[in-house]
Design a protein around this ligand. Structure first.
Ligand SMILES: [Zn+2]
Length: 232
């Protein structure tokens, strides 16, 4: 991967300058980017490169900025601006998802088996989980308490070997899923509450997330329940 991801160090980055390494069809590859590429259930950022609309940013073998029209050539210097409203909502949603997963695991022993974050609402699939109204009210209360506590959220990079000592016990199974090629792990810490490896963008304090409203639950079969939520 030729592109340095600036969001790994700064979830609040809104602008950056970069050099075009490759320009082809409808996309460019840059030496670095402040755009978050679609991954891990978090949608891509959108925004502009020198006034040209960035429709989507994808991450497969390379990080590609998909453009409305591509007028760039190799070695051009570009200025990127991120749609901050959308990014910040995704930061809030992603931190919310970490809180929710941890609460449900601790209290109801259900594991998060999938999630899709969005702008208006997000969803999380939990297994095994069959909540009634009382349980949903209880989760909402616990979640909102963590918002009121205004816990600091920090990011740090640790060596693969150190990760097990650093992360919360509830997240230890993640280590087995970590590809062997990854030598350094980025850990998101919600102070005195949760530590988990994650490459997404996050708020700096839980008070920024806002209160949760669980909109619906859906039985997905095989003891999986999908919770859909919004933030107020
Ligand atoms: Zn995450």
């Amino acid at each position: 991967m030729r592109t340095k991801l600036l969001t790994m160090d700064d979830s609040y980055i809104r602008e950056f300058d970069a050099i075009v390494l490759e320009s082809k069809d409808n996309y460019v590859i840059l030496d670095k980017t402040g755009f978050y590429p679609e991954s891990g259930g978090q949608p891509s950022d959108t925004g502009f490169l020198n006034g040209i609309k960035v429709l989507q940013v994808t991450k497969k073998d390379e990080i590609k900025h998909i453009l409305e029209k591509n007028e760039f050539k190799e070695n051009d210097i570009v200025h990127g601006t991120i749609d901050w409203d959308k990014r910040y909502k995704h930061c809030r949603m992603h931190s919310a998802q970490h809180l929710l997963s941890a609460i449900v695991f601790d209290k109801y022993n259900a594991v998060s088996v999938g999630n899709q974050l969005g702008y208006d609402k997000s969803r999380i699939d939990l297994h095994p989980f069959k909540p009634d109204k009382e349980i949903l009210d209880d989760i909402t209360k616990d979640f909102n308490n963590l918002i009121d506590k205004a816990l600091e959220v920090t990011i740090r990079n640790v060596k693969r070997e150190e990760m097990m000592k650093v992360i919360s016990e509830r997240n230890s199974m993640i280590f087995n899923k970590l590809p062997k090629s990854i030598e350094e792990v980025r850990v998101i810490e919600i102070k005195d509450f949760d530590k988990i490896p994650c490459a997404g963008t996050h708020v700096k304090n839980t008070r920024e997330i806002g209160y949760i409203n669980i909109l619906s639950t859906e039985n997905k079969g095989k003891d999986i329940t999908r919770l859909t939520f919004e933030l107020k």
